[in-house]
Design a protein around this ligand. Sequence first.
Ligand code: SAM
Ligand code: SF4
Length: 335
Amino acid sequence: MGARAAPLIDTFKRQISYLRLSVTDRCDLRCTYCMPEAMRFLPRKDVLSLEELYDLANGFIERGVTKIRITGGEPLVRRDIADLVTALGKRIGNGLDELTLTTNGTQLAKHADALAKAGIRRINVSLDTLDEELFAKLTRRDALPQVLEGISAAKDAGMKVKLNAVALKGVNEGELPDLIAWGHAQGHEVTLIEVMPLGDIEEDRLDQFLSLAHVRGRLEQSWTLTESDHRTGGPARYVDIAETGGRLGLITPLSGNFCAGCNRLRVTATGQLYPCLGGAERVDLRAALRSNDPQRNLADALAQAMMIKPEKHDFRMEERGAQPAQPRHMSMTGG
Ligand code: SAM
Ligand code: SF4
């Protein structure tokens, strides 16, 4: 892929500018809505090497990707993660507008300074509850203090922290106002996400699903929510909350489909490109990378991805019941 290679545009004329790159499918937590306790992880030999991830990311930058989010599994459990972020950080201002990362925060205290130094300005931390007992139940690990320490280290290192919480019926539902108020008091933006039916878990998805329209209605009983025209190019829609002085993002893949403006692609840690989070369509970039003519084969694979990127996902649970929309877990594609 040369420096003047054509931009990536799909058959619905959507231009791709955003790559979510998973660097591992492994994780040190076991969030009940994401994976089962006995999750089977991929053999390490199948996972892309640091060099392969770097080459791939650069290939996307040459094709017009200006934002890369490193994700996982848990990206900070990958041993060489700081090297990758440092190397990619050198492309900020040189093809890349933004390099960012999504983490569960357990290892963040250790990495915050290096991430900030590499050029990461904004980081997403997933936090579904501030209640230690509920956190342990939800993630099946007793790690809330580490996560809070990580969030505070990220802030001290100068990064803007955004907290992401998955809204779960009857689980953290009652706690969401406290989480939002705490986040805003700390100066963090908070975004709520509807749970998506991806991968088999030990619980029934139908029991977990909580519509954000419902959550919003509940919040409006005690707070003043005003529609915000803030946009980040992503699926979130925002409201300002007068009482907390902060902004709340709402991501509604089920109750409000947002695919028309989709600008993103997802690559798993094994180099499988999924043009849609909710679709089965896939292109094998690892095979292209490991072929005799990686440049040409990658270009062909990306052209194919543009052909097969579907118009929209379908996460509706009514007909499917508790069956997942796709068998792969969110930890494969990184959200
Ligand atoms: N381990 C990191 C973390 O938790 O931030 C990065 C990967 S995780 C898969 C990315 C995001 O996906 C997290 O915010 C997590 O809460 C969310 N997530 C996982 N499974 C989900 C599901 N089934 N529906 C909606 N969001 C989910
Ligand atoms: Fe791990 Fe993130 Fe999935 Fe939780 S949501 S199990 S932290 S990958």
